[in-house]
Design a protein around this ligand. Structure first.
Ligand code: CXF
Ligand code: ZN
Length: 361
């Protein structure tokens, strides 16, 4: 079957890989749609230190084709969204209902949960991203990584709930707990930033300021709920202050993964407000806080991983918001691609052309 592989030289290409049947506790998914996320690119450019070669893809939806021994949460024919963090249910974090922090949620070797591989290229095992590797026609994944959804939801839109939309909407609603009437600034209006904007809109924020260097992204920000936009080329902090009576915003979000931008988000936050860091930055990059000002301004700074969600509860909630017209998923799918066109989808993402590009099979 076809899969998008990042090789050991960081080159991406469609490869013909072989896939074993699901083992106990696993399911075979016929992929319907896979979103192209910056984290896939971050594996390729080594911002994320996951092993390469690797089958990319961690934001997807599809149909269960076969279940392994002992699987009871889904049956063949079910429509599912894949979660890039499996919920083991027994670790410290799952027990305290913080499954987005599941201690077994990442595979450092790219192997499945039993340490072996279902995917092979040229006779050799090949790692998969986040137990999924779903930029492929089929994927064998842990059953604890899938969440069933209603069959009337278009799978290309549902796929986005696997990562970008959940991360962004969750950042606003769960992590930052944006309040009705709040003032919000979102630095970075790509797929995640646009989802933060949607989350802030759903939470009832009064003022939502989208910040980006690209005017096409600022136009998208307005479409998804930004009340104001600021081009980051000209002192975005001063512009945000000017829009908020020189006070700053209640909630600022960094949705790119750059320390200097996080610093701007912090500076744009009002005294006592909250800065939420949603973007995944480089290990060599840092955020510096002045020890006196950090104390005196009493701002909160927090990280945000996977929108602080509980996938089994929150995926259906997000899709409920979608069904009732409160969360726009269809509009986030700017362009669809065949699996053969996946490299073009990466190029378009790097050029900032899409809210989300989605591979459909
Ligand atoms: C990432 C987080 C690190 C592992 C891959 C997915 N999140 C969003 O893209
Ligand atoms: Zn992602």
């Amino acid at each position: 079957m076809k899969a998008l592989v990042c090789d050991e030289n960081s080159k991406i290409a469609i490869q013909n890989i072989t896939l074993d049947p699901p083992k106990a506790g696993e399911v075979l998914i016929k992929m319907a749609a896979t979103g192209v996320c910056h984290s896939d690119l971050s594996v390729q450019n080594r911002t994320l230190p996951l092993p390469i070669p690797m089958v990319l893809g961690h934001e997807g939806a599809g149909v269960v084709e076969q279940v392994g021994e002992g699987v009871s949460n889904v049956v063949p024919g079910d429509h599912v969204v894949l979660s890039f963090i499996p919920e083991c249910g027994t670790c410290h974090f799952c027990e305290r209902r913080e499954p987005f922090l599941c201690a077994n949620g990442t595979s450092p070797t790219g192997a499945m949960m039993d340490g072996t591989f279902r995917t092979h290229l040229d006779g050799k095992d090949i790692p998969v991203m986040q137990f999924l590797g779903c930029m492929a026609e089929y994927a064998v994944v842990p059953s604890i990584s899938v969440v069933s959804i209603d069959k009337d939801i278009p799978l290309a839109s549902a796929a986005l709930v696997g990562c970008g939309v959940t991360t962004g909407v969750g950042a606003a609603i769960n992590t930052a707990k944006v309040k009705p009437g709040a003032t919000v600034a979102v630095f970075g209006c790509g797929g995640v930033g646009l989802s933060v904007i949607q989350g802030a809109r759903i939470a009832g924020a009064d003022r939502i300021i989208g910040v980006d260097l690209a005017d096409n992204k600022l136009d998208m920000a307005k479409k998804f709920g930004a009340t104001d936009v600021v081009n980051a080329a000209n002192d975005p902090v001063a512009q945000i202050k000017a829009l908020t009576n020189e006070i700053g915003v209640d909630n600022a979000f960094e949705a790119i993964g750059i320390g200097a931008v996080a610093q701007q988000a912090y500076a744009a936050t009002r005294r006592g407000g909250t800065t939420t860091i949603v973007g995944a930055g480089k290990i060599t990059d840092s955020i510096t806080l002045n020890a006196l000002i950090f104390f005196a301004d009493a701002k909160n700074v927090q990280g945000c991983f996977y929108g602080s969600v509980n996938p089994r509860e929150d995926f259906p909630k997000l899709l409920g918001l979608y069904k009732r017209g409160k969360l726009d998923l269809d509009g986030m799918v700017t362009k669809t691609y065949s699996i053969d066109e996946a490299p073009q989808a990466f190029e378009d993402m790097e050029q900032g052309r899409n809210a989300r590009g989605v591979i459909v099979y």
